[in-house]
Design a protein around this ligand. Structure first.
Ligand SMILES: [Zn+2]
Length: 218
């Protein structure tokens, strides 16, 4: 089964991707990991990617897709893959479809991790850290006292409601068209059409995993 993960920031895609991979016995390929591995191995495309990364520039889609194709062609990926962060734009979705087709494969599932913005804000805004000993807490308001040293708990700047809303907005603007593109593909039917599976990603990690596996087995 070839699966693409799509989801809002804070939806736990990485963690769930590892669990899905372990459940089906297929590797999870995250773009950053795959690029770094190719660079380490010194493949021609890996070295090309490394030149961009070393300059702090984005690696072009063509290079990423070439490296992904090599990763997909490995025996370990023969039964399927979980792709995390591989598709963020419509051209990347088109490129992935082409690469899979060249390998005689297809995308089976687009797994969409759904998180309601207000819920995400609520969840992340009670993620705090002690300003003195740095002990992390969840479910504790900023301003309450650290259990370990009694100092004040504060929120990380990334977890301020305004910052979360901004990340959600950016995600929607960028990934919304990708979801529409896959929906149109699914509606058009045909052999290349993936199944779109939407899962409520709010809740305990184990509960979300169960929801995902139930949805995938349906
Ligand atoms: Zn403390």
């Amino acid at each position: 089964m070839n699966i693409v993960l799509l989801g809002a920031p804070g939806a736990g895609k990485g963690t769930q991707g590892d669990r899905i991979g372990a459940h089906y016995g297929i590797p999870k390929l995250a773009t950053g990991d795959v690029l770094r591995e190719a660079a380490r191995q010194g493949t021609p495309l890996g070295l090309e990617a490394k030149r961009y990364m070393d300059r702090g520039e984005l690696v072009p889609d063509a290079v990423i897709l070439g490296i992904m194709k090599e990763a997909l062609a490995r025996p370990v990926a023969a039964n399927g893959v979980v792709l995390d962060g591989v598709v963020r734009t419509v051209p990347q979705a088109e490129g992935l479809e082409r690469v899979l087709g060249e390998l005689g494969r297809r995308l089976d599932v687009v797994l969409l991790f759904d998180v309601e913005e207000e819920e995400l804000v609520r969840r992340l805004s009670t993620r705090t850290v002690c300003e003195r000993c740095q002990a992390p807490y969840t479910g504790r308001e900023s301003g309450s006292a650290c259990d370990k040293c009694g100092s004040r708990l504060v929120r990380r700047a990334d977890d301020e409601p305004e910052a979360i809303r901004k990340r959600m907005r950016e995600y929607r603007e960028k990934t919304g068209p990708v979801i529409d593109w896959y929906r149109a593909r699914a509606e058009a039917g045909g052999d290349a059409a993936p199944r779109i599976v939407m899962v409520d990603a709010v809740g305990e990690i184990d509960a979300v995993t169960q929801r995902v596996l139930d949805a995938l087995s349906r």
